[in-house]
Design a protein around this ligand. Structure first.
Ligand code: NAI
Length: 467
């Protein structure tokens, strides 16, 4: 690799790219990371995971101050929303973290190049930006992430009709908001604006929320979010959006057929999925094909069809999640350095940060049934957990799915307070190939929400104690 200017050039400084760059540098390689936007951290840090979590947290605190605290004997009065201050706090968190990534790259001697990268041949990349140049590298890692998928007939202007980016920066609380898509983004951002006072209607093509998650989780989340006054129109297709003097008029029709209807709102959030960001990368020119979903095809070593060119994260197959991209970033760096990086795709958690949260790892019941795998189920409700009761966080349950013959944990699904943290235990057990019995015989602190995970594992063998 010594003929090249760098051993590794990473395209994209999101959680996949910057982690790959740092890991490669730790392994002694000469690394550069190209990013077209002025700030590092990608969608996740700038307009995704982090700012949404700031708004989810602060809007939940606001909702608690208005409704929940009084039930616990804490009387607060004069609770007001200062949206400008809330947004300023969000921007500060984002600013601090993106600057933190700059510091991390510097600390690890990763050369940061600002500009848009385009592959021009094996080992060469042309960068257009403040300092346009051609760079040569022994290995090139494409980590360019994803962009919001468009919806025909609903043109985004990021003011009245927004993607998640616009939904993170509304200047005022809309009186009426429509959310198209009941996936991760739709339910999280719908929750934020509903708590802040908007009348939110979620319109979903399928007849359920959260496709891909376990059916029981979806049913429970649908029920709990309706209780929070979020309205749902399932099995409904949006056919168009028209700007009116007051806002937007959405045209809809039932997927199963029937009469068309319309809905007048102030703001529409389009959250119908994301698609791989491969535009302008020169993939065609160098002969890297895309699959039917627009993703870059790679083998288990993250190699594309062109030697020395790798791809990770949202541009390849698998869930579009920051932590999946990070793991792939580590693995690809280790592979490029001559090691044997690996990502266990069976143990990647997914978390929806609503209140309560929904978290999952491994297989759903539907997937196990479809694959004709014999499994046993253990369930435990948070209503029977002492810590949850003390916090008035009794909604939800833990469900453990284990192989009927071997007891190996095949999937864990949680709806409940802090489910995103609780799921970590299940991920670790699955990574070690552990059994429900392993969880059940592990001492869990009392009182803690984690005890619900232990009880659900006990329930797999019909011996839960507290139900
Ligand atoms: P998604 O794939 O989670 O959900 C999209 C939803 O839109 C689906 O329910 C789909 O059936 C529905 N849909 C598609 N076309 C439609 C149409 N024409 N009319 C009505 N509904 C329609 O995608 P989402 O929520 O946009 O998120 C994008 C990606 O970002 C996801 O892959 C997710 O993994 C990631 N993400 C992860 C978060 C987290 O980890 N907490 C938070 C936000 C996003």
């Amino acid at each position: 690799m010594s003929d090249h200017e760098f051993d590794v050039l990473v395209i994209g400084a999101g959680p996949g790219g910057y982690v790959a760059a740092i890991r490669a540098a730790q392994l002694g390689l000469r690394v550069a990371c190209v990013e077209r936007t002025p700030t590092l951290g990608g969608t996740c840090l700038n307009v995704g995971c982090i700012p949404s979590k700031v708004l989810l947290h602060t809007s939940e605190e606001y909702a608690h101050a208005r409704a929940k605290l009084a039930r616990h004997g804490v009387v607060v009065s004069g609770v007001e929303l200062d949206l400008e201050a809330m947004m300023a706090h969000k921007d500060k968190v984002v600013g601090d973290l993106t600057k933190g990534v700059v510091g991390l790259l510097e600390k690890n001697d990763v050369t940061h190049i600002e500009g848009h990268a385009r592959l021009t041949g094996p080992g060469t990349v042309e960068i257009e930006g403040p300092e346009s140049r051609t760079v040569s590298a022994g290995a090139i890692v494409i980590a360019t992430g994803s962009v919001s998928a468009p919806l025909a007939g609903v043109e985004v202007d990021e003011e009245r009709i927004v993607t998640s980016t616009g939904a993170l920066a509304l200047a005022q609380v809309p009186a009426r908001m429509a959310v198209i898509g009941a996936g991760y983004i739709g339910l999280e951002m719908g929750s934020v604006w509903s708590r802040l006072g908007a009348k939110v209607t979620v319109i979903e093509f399928l007849d359920r929320v959260l496709p891909g998650m376990d059916g029981e989780v979806a049913t429970q989340m649908h029920r709990l979010l309706r209780r929070q006054k979020i309205a749902f129109k399932l099995g409904t297709r949006v056919t168009g959006a028209e700007r009116t003097n007051e806002g937007v008029r959405l045209a809809m029709e039932p997927v199963a057929g029937g009469e068309a209807t319309s809905l007048d709102v102030d703001v529409v959030l389009v959250a119908v999925g994301r698609r791989p960001n491969t535009e302008g990368l020169g993939l065609d020119e160098v002969g890297i094909p895309l699959d039917g979903h627009g993703r870059i095809e790679v083998n288990e070593r993250f190699e594309t069809t062109v030697p020395g060119v790798y791809a990770i994260g949202d541009v390849i197959a698998g869930p579009m999640l920051a932590h999946k991209a990070e793991e792939e970033g580590i693995a690809v760096a280790e592979i490029v350095a001559g090691g044997s990086g690996h990502v266990n795709r069976d143990a990647i958690p997914g978390v929806v940060y609503t209140a309560p949260e929904a978290a999952a790892v491994g297989q759903t019941e539907e997937a196990l049934e479809e694959a004709d795998i014999d499994y046993t189920v253990g369930r435990f409700p948070f209503a029977a957990n002492g810590r949850a009761r003390s916090m008035s966080a009794t909604d939800g349950f833990v469900k453990v799915l284990a192989d009927a013959e071997t007891d190996r944990v095949l999937g864990v699904h949680i709806v409940g307070h802090d489910a995103g943290t609780l799921i970590a235990e299940a991920v670790t057990v699955m990574e070690f190939g552990g059994s429900a019995e392993d969880i059940a015989r592990t001492c869990h602190a009392h009182p803690s929400l984690n005890e619900a995970v232990k009880e659900a594992a006990l329930a797999v063998a019909g011996r839960a104690i507290h139900v």
